[in-house]
Ligand binder design. Sequence first.
Ligand code: ATP
Length: 896
Amino acid sequence: MLKFHQMKLEEVEQTLHTNITNGLTRKAVHKKREKFGWNELSEGERPSAILLFFNQFKDFMVLVLLAATLISGLLGEYLDAVAIMVIVLINGFLGFLQENKAEKSLQALKNLSAPQVTVLRDGEWQKINSKEVVPGDIIKFASGDRIGADMRIIAANNLEIEESALTGESIPAPKFTEPIAETNPPLGDLANMAFKGTLVTRGNGVGVVTAIGMSTVMGNIAGMIQTAESVMTPLQRRLDQLGKILISVALVLTVLVVITGIIHGHDVYTMFLAGVSLAVAAIPEGLPAIVTIALSLGVQRMIRKNAIVRKLPAVETLGCASIICSDKTGTMTQNKMTVTKIWNGGKDWDVTGTGYHLEGEFFYQDHKVDVLKEKTLQQLLIFGALCNNASVSVTGNEVELDGDPTEGALLIAALKAGYEKQTLLNEFTVEKEYPFDSERKMMSVLVKDRSGRRLIISKGAPDVLITKCQRALWGETVKPINDFIRKEVDGAVEELAVQALRTIAVGCKELHSPDIPQTAQEAESGLTFIGLFGMIDPPRPEVKAAVEECRQAGIKTIMITGDHVVTARAIAKQLGILETGKESRNVMDGQMLDDMSVQELEGTVEDVGVFARVSPEHKLKIVKALQNRGHVVAMTGDGVNDAPAIKAADIGIAMGITGTDVSKEASSLILLDDNFATIKAAIKEGRNIYENIRKFIRYLLASNVGEILVMLFAMLLYLPLPLVPIQILWVNLVTDGLPAMALGLDQPEENVMHRKPRHPKEGVFARKLGWKIVSRGFLIGIVSLIAFIIVYRRDPSDLSYAQTIAFTTLVLSQLIHVFDCRSEISVFSRNPFENKYLVWAVISSALLTVAVIYIPVLQPIFHTVPILPLDWLLVLGLSCFPTFLLAGSLFSRKNK
Ligand code: ATP
């Protein structure tokens, strides 16, 4: 039997039981799905839930504790043994819940950023998840797409595909549709096939799916390509190192507690169990899990704000961003283009109407014109509709657009004059297309009319297109381009651009030879300039405020656009990107960028607010120059050529709607709504997540310092044990559990966007965090000890009572201190009831502790005794002390 690459298209159709013009039917898809399954590569095993649960107990100190408990159980201390086991299990279960949640949300993220493909089914093109593709599906793809399955190519337009993932060859291979006779040519020679996982770098095409999932060439070598990536964020890495140091410190102090205790006459077994419990409580083993939770909760909040984080480290980097380089079209503007001006040979027309509506008329010097009488206007509108890849469907007066809005605007302008693309295509056949690319800034088609006349029609950026023109249509005659005409055209472009209009020029030439020009360069030369379209693209209303908010946060916004310098400047001014009075200094165009080295650019780059007329290559230069100046750069992009700059930026941002697969894969953040304001929201969230992580690091460590110190000082002072092991474990459970997690859900402080960006190298304990941890921790330890000493001195015979008082003071002082951790400034600067989760976490932890003291069955387990009402005053008073003593003026200077 012939192989797919050897077959004619009809044979491919028959073999795969499909129909090239209508695609598969829903029923056929269903049947094929049952037979062939999903289009996915089998993934490496994920850790099972049970494994994840048992992983919680593999920590060394937890194992020692379990062993010690077992021994105490064997020695007859059943109650203690069971209670400790239960607490360790609950702790493990909490850890398991946290990790499981983190794992699940990471998986959900992966699904969200799954690639999509455009497929023809039941006669209609539709976008589906690449996973749903079956053999026989007809798929459309264009430059920037990643091929979703193995395909036989049935239409190719300047198509080139980069197959280095499979062949190692990084130069893109041109693709065609003709059958290949050879049975087994090397993969690189299969010019009529496209393979899953490869990248379309130029042109566009259509293919029939021949294989999916593990049956594809990629599937065969999937084992080699699968890399289970689990990236740690810089903070996680730093905390990992810090964790090791903290463990050592905690262990040394614990050993000190145990040794002093033994020297001072406590029995070895009790001291050993107390020591191990203390080690378990004081070692912040929950820190990495809580950091992951805070990151993933933040990531979920970002999704709700339309930002998808693809790489977790980006969450942290977002908080350090000092520059946002953003595309203009679609990100800062609405990308809802409407043609409002048309210019030809010294004459300009106004077009009325807004957005995607058909109402609209043509005016010349305030007089309505009949388009049928204006030959050049007609020609411009028809050419604009023919050299066009978009399509529109009309219901009543509403128009739905499929394709590039710039092209859609041209179709709608033509429709307003009564020219419909589909009807025009009955008169003109398109023989070849030279697709748009943002480097050439042009697109052309070769069309043939009914009389056999063949025309190249080009449209593109006016300053580029005019250089390809030798003649111009002036009124109704064609004239050679001279200085006068050139000046007139430049003046007209400038006038449109000053009004913030996007400009598109149209040109054409007649072909007299029957040959088809193979390259765009050949086709786009010796043209006749026909005229100009000016279209509005209104700024997104929320962008101006977002730019201002970024400015207050010490983040500079730079607009980067392929559009005309004057248009870009006008829009930048509307958005407040250029400070008044500095405009001319703050705009740079692609030409100037070309003439500069990265080093030269470094000198001026910080003064530039707008880069206009740039091509994607320039973006890399801009990123590098800014980074060399010490900036943390966020850079947006959508096209295939934007990928290097997106990759090089500290935060690469891709567009969810208009972005290509390549740009999405290179990015660390995707904007689901393509909106600049979403970048600002993500940065705010990034700052908040980092602050929340700092909050619970502060809380956990201060608590641990308190726990260790109360024990250590008591031993040093020849006192009895202020806490029994099970109490230490309980303190750990109620304080490190819910309240710490609730801090991860804290709302940002009001001033989070009034501070300068964080320095990326800032240490974990920067901005006085270390001091706060030690000072508060010290006070927590001291007040618990004081409570213990007062009550113990009063009645040395009732040790359990004194221990209950110390235990309660330790728990409560930590539960009160948690509110202090919410602010970098002072506990008084925030409303304590704002974070409902925290309030409930604190209330439930406090009630559980009260239960442990008052419920008779729990008393023997926790070695507690009911506290007398008057002693509550002592406990509460002392518990408030650590938080409120230092909350006053001395340390409350604003941390800006
Ligand atoms: P951004 O602001 O996101 O960089 P842009 O649309 O301004 O996007 P490009 O898409 O690179 O940048 O377009 C550059 C220029 O090319 C535009 O100013 C316009 O004159 C021209 N152009 C844009 N789209 C088309 C198209 N489909 N066909 C022909 N010319 C186009």
